[in-house]
Write a protein that binds this ligand. Structure first.
Ligand code: FAD
Length: 436
């Protein structure tokens, strides 16, 4: 079957945010959509591990939640430790007055994408692969208000609306001439010693015991370093070895650039130097030494923040509309597990706005709805970027200033961390519920 030559809405990119956009449009009754992706099959590595409560609400609104809940693990808490001692936790169960889903859903991105793809298939929405967009321009027939979108394959498609869900290096964003930069103008500096991360999906020779009440996501701070451990959900339908964990660690700047695919030895050396004693292979620090047995997937990640200057553009000739969602619109540190969740909410919230514009066709064209949507989503991205930078500063600053201040700062956190209102406040900020 060949690519259609014309559509009302073209979605570029079938990652989680492009697929969420397709689900939302379908839910609004918009049938004339085409979704394309540059690569032959979805990525098969995990990346984002958590879906926040506000995003569960959004996915529920477009009929895609039940299957995700059936495979994911409901984490009630995310605990923060200083080495071996508990500091505070985000308690998602305290969010029940605000949401039907008072938990964070732990699910590797690969599986989130697989569930969304299956949902699209059930709805009869095909993802066209491999079709890589290389350029787009307004049609010479200006009164038609359409774009001509060119593919690497030589194919061309005409579309009235183009949704750029094509990730951090978005061709759609670049073709629209939309700037993408750190809102504070200080690219990289704000993430300091946490700007480079090494991560892996690993099994240990014996299961680590980190002391979080429901064995949820556990974050550990030590000497200006950060490590995170999250157990994979156990589900027969997920093709995962038992005892699999996502491990993330900051890479000390003096170590230089992390390898492209860090080995078990590399990751273990980060644990032994910066991680919680409960994961250490060193009998001097851990009474029950353990170590990484096998790396099933690993990578490195260079953190930077950038937000698109605009999420909405209309071609200068008055032609079609360009909209940006997901990583095409914003990127930042994965600390706090916000990126994918925020992007899915961008995409789901776009459905009703597009529907209203499509239904107004023939009337006076107005950009107000798109501008309002774009301003709302951009404001949200700016606040998430600020949250990630603030979190990183909180994690690293005291050590940078003077080590005893860290001890004092952590004592304060430990004291306030006992109170429910603090646990609820931290969970609320992470959940994204403030925006709905
Ligand atoms: C190593 C790593 C770890 C991460 N960890 C976390 C985490 O813990 N928590 C979190 O929330 N987020 C995390 N993220 C970020 C998260 O993966 C992204 O926020 C999420 O993938 C964004 O989804 P998206 O659909 O916007 O973009 P993507 O997932 O990047 O999907 C974009 C899609 O567009 C396609 N595409 C690109 N260019 C074109 C083109 N020209 N034509 C057609 N198709 C195109 C690509 O093939 C791809 O399928 C991590 C990312 C990485 C890389």
């Amino acid at each position: 079957m060949s690519l259609p030559q014309r559509t009302t809405v073209l979605i570029v990119g079938a990652g989680p945010c492009g697929m969420a956009a397709a689900l939302s449009l379908n839910h609004q009754g918009i049938q004339d959509i085409v979704i394309v992706d540059a690569i032959l099959a979805g990525e098969n590595w995990s990346r984002a591990m958590v879906i926040q409560a506000a995003t569960l609400e959004a996915l529920n609104n477009v009929g895609c939640l039940d299957d995700l809940l059936s495979v994911g693990k409901k984490a009630k808490t995310a605990g923060l430790h200083d080495g071996s001692s508990y500091l505070l936790s985000a308690d998602f169960s305290l969010l029940s007055p605000y949401t039907k889903f008072p938990f964070a859903l732990v699910l590797p991105q690969t599986d989130t994408e697989a569930v969304m793809l299956e949902k699209l298939n059930q709805l009869g929405i095909k993802v066209w692969r491999p079709f890589k967009v290389v350029s787009l321009k307004a049609s010479p027939e200006a009164e038609e208000q359409i774009f001509e979108v060119q593919f690497e394959s030589g194919d061309m498609i005409q579309a009235r609306y183009v949704i750029g869900a094509d990730g951090a290096h978005s061709v759609v964003r670049n073709e629209a001439g939309i700037a993408f930069k750190d809102p504070n103008g200080d690219d990289n500096h704000d993430y300091g010693s946490l700007s480079q991360l090494a991560l892996g999906d690993v099994t240990f020779i014996s299961p680590p015991q980190l002391g979080t009440p429901d064995n949820g996501v556990s974050i550990s701070l030590s000497n200006g370093s950060f490590t995170l451990l999250a157990p994979f959900p156990v589900s027969a339908s997920l093709d995962k070895p038992p005892g699999l964990y996502r491990f993330v660690s900051s890479v000390p700047p003096e170590d230089g650039t992390a390898p492209h695919a860090p080995s078990a030895e590399y990751l273990q050396s980060l644990i032994d130097r910066c991680g919680p004693p409960a994961l250490s292979s060193d009998p001097a620090t851990n009474a029950h030494p353990t170590r990484i047995d096998k790396v099933h997937w690993s990578s490195r990640y260079r953190t930077r923040a950038a937000v698109a200057e605009r999420y909405f553009a209309r071609s200068s000739s008055g032609g079609g509309v360009i909209l940006l969602v997901g990583d095409a619109a914003h990127i930042h540190s994965p600390i706090g597990g916000q990126g994918m969740s925020l992007g899915i909410r961008d995409a789901v919230s776009l459905g009703p706005v597009l529907k209203a514009d499509i239904e107004s066709a023939g009337g006076t064209p107005s950009d107000r709805l798109f501008e309002d949507w774009a301003a709302r989503r951009r404001k949200r991205a700016l606040s998430v970027v600020a949250l990630t930078k603030e979190t990183v500063r909180m994690m690293t600053a005291p050590r940078r200033v003077w080590p005893p201040i860290a001890t004092l700062g952590f004592a304060v956190l430990r004291f306030f961390g006992r109170f429910s209102f603090v646990k609820r406040m931290v969970a609320y900020r992470l959940s994204g519920l403030a925006e709905i």
